[in-house]
Design a protein around this ligand. Structure first.
Ligand code: UDP
Ligand code: MG
Length: 342
């Protein structure tokens, strides 16, 4: 890290999907906290992930009055992972902090994150000490998920850590080299490594609005995490196959011996049918698992961009209260993750 007097740029990346109820409160809370640290400049990169309410208008309005707020408007809802990717790609800061718009990630923690960063950490993780605001079901399934994920995958996911963290520019540049289109950000963040410290925090309930992650969406998210970072589910089918082949062989020997000793035994319809159905089921599940990975290969080979930008909004006025002219900058809208970007 360089000298204490450097004024460094911090980028907050805020994915927003139908957050019109909370977004005003978000800025009211966050901006004074960021302003209180004189050692940094900041920008807030808001990614509008295809909201259908007034989120975009609110964001554009705020960015028109505050040149530190930028808005990236995606062409449709691409999902939180893609929106985060967009924000991280656009952020210019020496450090980047992804943060939810609903104030569940406490902005009061940002000064602590910055302090650890100044002390030399490249990644500062914010870890939830308790999940009391989550339902019992969500808590137990989350705990079970981390156990399963960490057992199946070579990559260790730190428990109870969301996307809220501070990452140095070096980490962001490393992240930008990861080309996958199916993005499980938590895993990608962990995959790049770097010098990491953990800061505990208390996660609060949402200020307003509703969670965008239903049980079904979370389940798919969980599967995504495992298939992104582990091929154990694929490999396990080899062991499954070996095991069933072994039992089938034993049973075959038993039938032959019994036929030789006791003669031909015609009944057997029930056992035959149940064995047939059982193996039919086992095979279908196996094909399903293989299919999951083939699907991923298919998605990756299409090579489509992760997100498309409709427009970028930023006030270009140099902090003069006299000029009200608002300009909208148009930049090329699609981009693929390529090495020659920026
Ligand atoms: N989000 C998004 N796109 C989506 C879903 C969510 O950008 O398709 C944003 C959302 O606006 C919020 C953050 O991701 O800023 C976290 O969403 P939410 O609070 O619904 O998730 P939860 O806290 O319940 O896990
Ligand atoms: Mg939330």
């Amino acid at each position: 890290m360089s000298g204490q007097n450097d004024v460094r740029l911090l980028s907050l990346v805020v994915p927003c999907y139908n957050e019109c109820e909370v977004i005003g409160k978000f800025f009211q809370t966050v901006i004074p906290i960021l302003e209180s640290d004189e050692g940094i400049r900041f920008e807030i990169v808001c990614v509008n992930d295809g909201s259908t309410d007034g989120t975009l208008d609110t964001l554009v309005d705020i960015s028109g009055r505050d040149s530190r707020v930028r808005v990236i408007d995606l062409t449709r809802n691409f999902g939180k992972e893609a929106a985060l990717t967009a924000g991280i790609d656009e952020a210019l800061g020496d450090a980047v902090v992804p943060i939810d718009a609903d104030l569940q990630d406490p902005p009061e923690l940002i000064p602590t994150l910055i302090a650890r960063w100044r002390e030399g950490a490249e990644v500062v993780l914010a870890q939830r000490v308790s999940r009391t605001c989550d339902s019992l079901l969500k808590r137990t399934t989350a705990a079970a998920y981390y156990r399963v994920h960490n057992r199946l995958s070579d990559l260790r996911l730190p428990e109870n850590v969301g996307d809220f963290r501070l990452m140095d520019r070096a980490v962001i540049n490393a992240l930008k080299q990861l080309p996958e289109r199916r993005r499980f950000m938590k895993g990608l963040f962990a995959w790049v490594g770097f010098k990491t410290v953990i800061v505990p925090y208390e996660r609060k309930p949402r200020v307003a609005g509703a969670s965008k992650f239903s049980g079904w969406r979370l389940w798919n998210f969980a599967l995504e995490g495992i298939t992104s970072f582990s091929t154990v589910p694929l490999r396990s089918w080899m062991y499954m196959g070996l095991l069933t082949a072994f039992f089938a062989f034993c049973y075959g020997v038993f039938i032959i011996v019994r036929t030789l000793v006791l003669g031909i035994d015609v009944p057997g319809y029930a056992s035959l049918l149940s064995v047939l159905l059982f193996f039919g089921g086992v095979q279908l599940v196996g094909i399903g698992v293989v299919g999951e990975y083939v699907g991923r290969i298919y998605d990756e080979t299409k090579g489509r961009p992760i997100y498309l930008v409709r427009r970028r909004y930023q006030e270009r006025r140099q902090l003069g209260p006299l000029s009200n002219a608002r300009r909208v900058i148009e930049l090329p809208s699609a981009r693929r993750l390529s090495k020659n970007w920026r």
